[in-house]
Design a protein around this ligand. Structure first.
Ligand code: PLP
Length: 369
């Protein structure tokens, strides 16, 4: 079976560097929040630009919750996001005690639709959390304009978009605060859980350093109720290796996406947009088509791991059903979830596999018509 994503291929592609990094940590005797984390934080921040701070945390969901807690948001504070995301975005908002609100998505970017944010703003709204879904940058300039008008914080959920850019500027640097997951399948993925917060303010960075470790100050007194959400040294050392290859790996993903897009351009499929002014991180390659269940079964029977990201929008999960404001007015999201289909996408996907996937999709359309 050709999987839709293959973290072990990434390990094998960078095996000797990763093995050395792992050995270095095991030999050091320092396993949590130490020199590898420090180095990773510096490298991650400078990968994104000047005068930024990065803080390693336990996972992406915690990163979201910590960003909101760092802004002193909590009970009664509304955060506008999308239902078209990993459940983790919404779980992180609720973990901080905040109230998620759903805006609809734009049919082209599949990210939050700026005009839908405007419709959802109330006196309780405190923040907007755009998700750069599948690696596609959200419309950050329009989102920041709306945030300015209503005096709202913006936190970018960059968990699927490490290294994506708009006009040469990396996502994660448009807002003052951003959250990343480094789960193994991500473009920058470890071999276990991990997350990062990127921010501009040193004061905010210090607050996160405290919150991620029991709310401690330097004397190890808990000065605020904190979390335990620390990045471990093994993950940091592995992420340092992966960070060096991120731009190349993303370019390989985009090259595969261009081949798919070219091969499918005359088929009745909605394709991901690859636009000249943006660098799409191409975390997932997701098409839309009418008979997606039939196409998915056909591909699977041919050993191609087509899948759904996601099978359900967040407001369709029983845990969230009918209780998140906005859920009953998401026409674009609802339609998207009837037609979405994910095809295999990872930097190490071989030429033969790409050709096989392309011809199998083309065959299905030929047989159908
Ligand atoms: C968009 C998005 N946000 C947040 C997360 C949370 O990440 P984690 O699984 O590391 O908690 C993920 C990961 O699945 C994600 O895809």
């Amino acid at each position: 079976m050709i999987p839709f994503s293959d973290p072990s291929a990434s390990y094998h592609a960078h095996k000797s560097e990763m093995d050395q990094a792992i050995k270095r940590v095991l030999d050091s005797g320092w396993y949590v929040l130490s020199s590898e984390v420090d180095a990773f934080e510096k490298e991650f921040a400078s990968f994104h630009g000047k005068d930024l701070h990065a803080l390693g945390v336990g996972n992406g969901t915690d990163a979201i919750a910590l960003c909101l807690r760092g802004l002193d948001l909590g009970i009664g504070d509304e955060v506008i996001t999308t239902s078209h995301t990993a459940v983790a975005t919404v779980a992180g908002i609720e973990q901080a005690g905040c109230t998620p609100v759903f805006a609809d998505i734009d049919p082209h970017t599949r990210c939050i639709a700026p005009e839908s944010i405007d419709e959802r703003v109330t006196t309780k709204t405190r923040a907007i959390m755009p998700v750069h879904i599948y690696g596609q940058p959200a419309e950050m300039h329009r989102i920041l304009d709306i945030a300015n008008v209503h005096n709202l914080a913006v936190i970018e959920d960059c968990s699927q978009a490490h290294g994506a850019e708009i006009n040469g500027q990396k996502v994660g640097t448009f807002a003052d605060i951003s959250a990343y997951s480094c789960y193994p399948t991500k473009n920058l993925g470890g071999t276990g859980d991990g997350g990062v917060i990127l921010c501009r303010s040193e004061e905010f960075a210090e607050k996160i350093k405290s919150l991620r470790q029991y709310g401690w100050n330097e004397a190890r007194e808990s000065v605020s109720p904190g979390f335990n959400s620390r990045l471990d040294e093994l993950q940091a050392a592995i992420l340092r290796v992966k960070l060096q290859h991120l731009a190349d790996d993303n370019a390989k993903r985009r090259a595969i996406a261009l081949r798919y897009n070219e091969a499918f351009k005359d088929l009745p499929i909605t394709l991901p947009t690859l636009c000249e002014t943006e660098l799409h991180a191409m975390h997932l390659y997701v098409i839309e088509c009418d008979q997606r269940n039939e196409l998915m079964e056909y591909l699977r029977s041919d050993q191609i791991g087509a899948s759904l990201h996601y099978p359900k929008a967040v407001h369709q999960h029983s845990a969230y059903k009918n209780r998140i404001r906005g859920w009953d007015n998401l026409p674009v999201t609802d339609q998207f979830y009837q037609r979405n289909l994910t095809l295999p996408m990872y930097p190490e996907l071989s030429n033969d596999s790409v050709e096989n996937i392309i011809s199998t999709v083309q065959n299905w359309f030929q047989e159908e018509n």
